[in-house]
Design a protein around this ligand. Structure first.
Ligand code: NAP
Length: 310
């Protein structure tokens, strides 16, 4: 079966992926984005983005994802919806399997992002969608006027607290240390929330359940004291893990599982680039992912022009 050959295949349609697609397509490269679900990646689950320039009032993350896709499409970038099941990255051209289908590409831009880290507690996976959530903006409305707990102390956890406090009756923020990691812009408004209670130096050590979540067991780190906290929802916001399993063994990964690539986005494999949250980098933001996408397009274009026959 003949496979379509693209100049560039981009795996993952987040801000890094679609910026790469925009730049590649605009530079005249035949470009396809392979996306599992919908444009925007993790950004699409963010209610309000305030730190992406050009939107003085802020912008909904899902809407921004759709706009990024439209920008790339305007220059001819295609989107193929499906889950990548296999990749051969060390050949020329490279092959990408999407279930029964496959395609070939001269260059591949890895932009698979990262997924929320789980707590690893017994019952956590079965309770997903039945009380345990990893996305406050997606699921918060299910807990209107109810009691919820959030685990974590970073920007996501605190942004979740600000969001959920507007919807829910009572919000607990459970953090394993006595200071938050989140930036001041997020932490400052916390003191004004009357329905928020922060449990410091505390960890969720168990999930209480009947058919659905009924509460969490919380253990104080210093005293070892344990208490049951009744709640209908638990929002887990303890960071992310890179989605790099698909190409482990082909591209070099860091100890944490991120793709090893510097500011050029070039990986150890010629013609393979890594952009956005899946790449090792100091700051994971929409704008740094978008910046990576532009940089990757430059090197992809260079690779294509030097390897025309591949
Ligand atoms: P994060 O910054 O890595 O924070 C994770 C938090 O979870 C930390 O407070 C950490 O505690 C805690 N934690 C980690 N593992 C845990 C465990 N097993 N049990 C309990 N607590 C645990 O993750 P994030 O908040 O999701 O943010 C990810 C990235 O996205 C960051 O770069 C962040 O700045 C960015 N982000 C930006 C925005 C924005 O600017 N608009 C919004 C959201 C996220 P410790 O503090 O003790 O390590």
């Amino acid at each position: 079966m003949e496979q379509k050959l693209y100049d560039t295949a981009i795996i993952g349609g987040g801000p890094g992926g679609y910026t790469a697609a925009l730049y590649c397509a605009r530079a005249g490269l035949s470009t396809v984005v392979v996306e599992k679900l919908s444009p925007g990646g993790q950004m699409a689950t963010t209610d309000w983005v305030e730190n992406y320039p050009g939107f003085p009032e802020g912008v909904n993350g899902f809407e921004l994802g759709m706009k990024m896709q439209e920008s790339a499409q305007r220059f001819g970038a295609e989107t193929l919806y499906g889950e990548v099941t296999g990749l051969t990255l060390d050949s020329s051209p490279k092959t990408i399997a999407i279930g029964e289908k496959s395609l070939q590409a001269r260059t591949v831009i890895l932009s698979t992002g990262a997924s929320p880290r789980e707590l690893g507690l017994p019952g956590e996976q079965e309770l997903r969608g039945r009380g345990v959530s990893y996305c406050a903006t997606c699921d918060g409305m299910f807990y209107r006027d109810q009691t919820v707990a959030i685990v974590g102390g970073g920007n996501t956890a605190v942004a979740d607290a600000l969001y959920l406090a507007r919807i829910c009756k009572k919000v607990y923020l459970i953090h394993r240390r006595d200071t938050l990691r989140a930036s001041r812009v997020y932490t400052e408004p916390l003191s004004q929330l009357e329905n928020l209670e922060i449990l410091w130096d505390s960890q969720v050590t168990g999930l209480l359940r009947e058919e659905k979540l009924t509460g969490v067991q919380v253990t104080h780190k210093n005293t070892g004291e344990t208490r049951d906290l009744p709640c209908q929802g638990l929002f887990v916001a303890v960071g992310n893990v890179p989605n790099s399993q698909l190409f482990a063994g082909q591209v070099t990964l860091t100890q944490g599982g991120y793709v090893q690539a510097d500011e050029t986005t070039c990986t150890n494999l010629p013609g393979v680039f890594a952009v956005g949250d899946v790449r090792q980098k100091p700051l994971r933001q929409i704008i740094t992912a978008a910046s990576d996408g532009a940089v990757a397009s430059h090197f992809a274009e260079e690779y294509v022009s030097q390897n025309q026959k591949a």
